[in-house]
Design a protein around this ligand. Structure first.
Ligand SMILES: Nc1ncnc2c1ncn2[C@@H]1O[C@H](COP(=O)(O)OP(=O)(O)OP(=O)(O)O)[C@@H](O)[C@H]1O
Ligand SMILES: [Mg+2]
Length: 505
């Protein structure tokens, strides 16, 4: 009896060992994602463009499910069982349309049909595809990238000083066609789709963009002000996920179109720091995601049917690196330069910010003083060529080959900063002396000197225009040399502001 038992034990062991041996000698299984299921077969895929119809092993207890990850027998390719691992995520895509179990999605700006394995999928959703890019597997939580339509900012043109030419230009290029579409149409002029504002930093591009939105909304009685403005920065559109950035662009424009349709009033899409997303394609910079963002943006612009109710405003201080297709005719084809303030402009911006501030003049405290003369003097000194910010050094030459003066660096933002500093000095004095003081000219002069002093330590974003105002027609060439490190900007060690033709104190 004992012997019989022993024999049976051995037989079982033998069987187990055989099975084990068989299992260990099987070449590795291949994993694949199930796309579709038939009665006895299923369609599976693992790589883009490589899908197979395979048999389902009848011994499998549970039938595979769409989107499931299965193991294929390496020889027969039949489905043997389930993988214990998740598939790597494939591309991200944005859903354009859903029909039954199929969905049309956009991947990197290109449309494609995929199988939908997600319940309740709608257009505008963002999905992760399987590695073969044939199946929508997972919906992402794209809430964080929803674009809120903002209240139109309260930004009348009167907030912008010293840029009369620029404003007049915008009025005739954008506001007039917008206000009189029939007249323009009769002359075969298409509605304006967008404007590019470019120029050095801190000179009013963002302000102007807001004023455009404000004045367009004022021109349309239907505009409620609320929800007619989309304000995003280029870098916010960029996502580390390839595909997401296009989704963001798409969402921005679908929200804008929807709002424009609902209200019958214009929606302004303002993309600040546009160079971050609309860089020239094929420039070979890192992953070249621009290769897909730019076409998506172009498609959106081209899709705006010209009722002029969605207006795109781009702002950048690197117009030289924008993709030229973006600013081609029929797209964002109004290009408006927002330059650094002229001497006259400088004066007007000072006046704007000094207006209504208390002054001390000729020893008398004045609630309001006549600030014309004072601002004229301050503007003169900023434009005094003796006020040098940087010497441009060519290491092979003894003398500096050029100079950036205060006049070449001044901006509206700095002027506001100067006024803030100056009022700070006056306030300090009043608190310390316990009697009414008022701003004096020296406050402004000291503030100019300190504002420049504090700024010069930082790398300046000098635009082509700035180089041209120092080096004339060769500006771009010198800028190139500086970019490549052949020229150096050496900070001038000036510690006193020169005033009006060098009458230094
Ligand atoms: N022409 C101007 N009139 C009045 N204020 C101005 C003007 N230009 C600039 N400012 C002041 O400077 C601030 C910065 O300007 P703004 O943000 O419009 O510059 P920007 O050209 O968009 O700069 P960036 O390229 O750095 O984005 C404004 O909020 C405003 O206070
Ligand atoms: Mg700006």
């Amino acid at each position: 009896m004992a012997e019989k038992n022993r024999l049976q034990e051995l037989e079982t062991e033998n069987l187990l060992l055989k099975e084990e041996l068989e299992r260990m000698s099987t070449p590795p299984f291949m994993a694949a994602t199930v796309l579709e299921i038939g009665k006895k077969t299923a369609r599976v895929a693992n790589k883009p463009g490589e899908d197979y119809e395979v048999l389902i092993d009848p011994k499998m207890k549970e039938k595979p499910t769409i989107g499931g990850r299965v193991l294929l027998n390496p020889q027969s390719k039949a489905i043997m069982g389930y993988s214990e691992f998740q598939a790597n995520a494939g591309d991200l895509a944005v859903v354009e349309e859903v029909k039954g179990n199929r969905a049309k999605v956009s991947i990197k700006g290109e449309s494609r049909l995929v199988i939908n394995a997600i319940q309740g999928l709608k257009s505008g959703d963002e999905v992760i595809l399987d590695p073969s890019a044939s199946l929508a597997m997972l919906k992402t939580d794209s809430k964080k990238t929803k674009y809120n339509l903002e209240q139109i900012p309260n930004a009348p043109w009167s907030n912008v000083a010293g840029l009369e030419g620029v404003i007049a230009n915008i009025r005739s290029e954008i506001e007039e066609p917008f206000a009189n579409p029939e007249i323009f149409a009769r002359y075969g002029r298409k509605p304006v789709k967008g404007v590019l504002l470019y120029g050095p930093p801190g000179c009013g591009k963002t302000m102007i963009a807001k004023s455009i939105a404000y004045s367009l909304s004022k021109m349309n009685p239907k505009a409620k002000g609320a929800g007619q403005f989309i304000n995003v920065k280029g870098p916010e559109i960029l996502e580390k996920w390839v595909g997401n950035s296009e989704g963001n662009i798409r969402r921005i424009y679908s929200s804008a179109r929807e709002a424009a349709q609902e209200t019958g009033a214009p929606v302004v899409v303002f993309i600040d720091e546009a160079e971050a997303v609309l860089k020239r394609r094929g420039s070979g910079i890192s992953t070249d995601i621009y290769d897909s963002i730019v076409p998506q943006f172009l498609a959106e612009l081209d899709g705006i049917n010209g009722d002029g109710n969605v207006m795109t405003v781009l702002a950048t201080n690197r117009e030289d690196i924008l993709d030229s297709a973006v600013v081609r005719d029929g797209r964002v084809d109004r290009r408006i330069k927002v330059p650094r303030p002229s001497k006259e402009g400088c004066k007007k911006i000072f006046q704007l910010y000094l207006n209504g501030k208390p002054f001390l003049s000729e020893g008398i405290f004045r609630g309001k003083a006549d600030i014309d003369e004072l601002t004229a003097e301050i503007a003169e000194s900023i434009y005094d060529p003796k006020n040098v910010a940087y010497n441009v050094i060519n290491p092979r030459e003894k003398e500096p080959i050029g100079q950036f003066g205060y006049q070449h660096l001044i901006s509206g933002a700095m002027i506001k900063g100067i006024v803030d500093r100056a009022t700070g000095f006056a306030i300090r004095r009043e608190i310390d002396s316990k009697k009414k003081s008022g701003l004096v000219r020296q406050d402004l002069e000291r503030a100019v000197q300190e504002e420049f002093g504090d700024n010069l330590g930082f790398t300046q974003s000098l635009v082509v225009d700035d180089w041209e105002s120092v080096f004339g027609a060769k500006g771009k060439y010198y800028q190139g040399l500086a970019d490549q490190g052949y020229l150096v900007l050496e900070r001038s060690n000036q510690d006193q502001l020169n005033k009006q033709g060098g009458k230094t104190k």
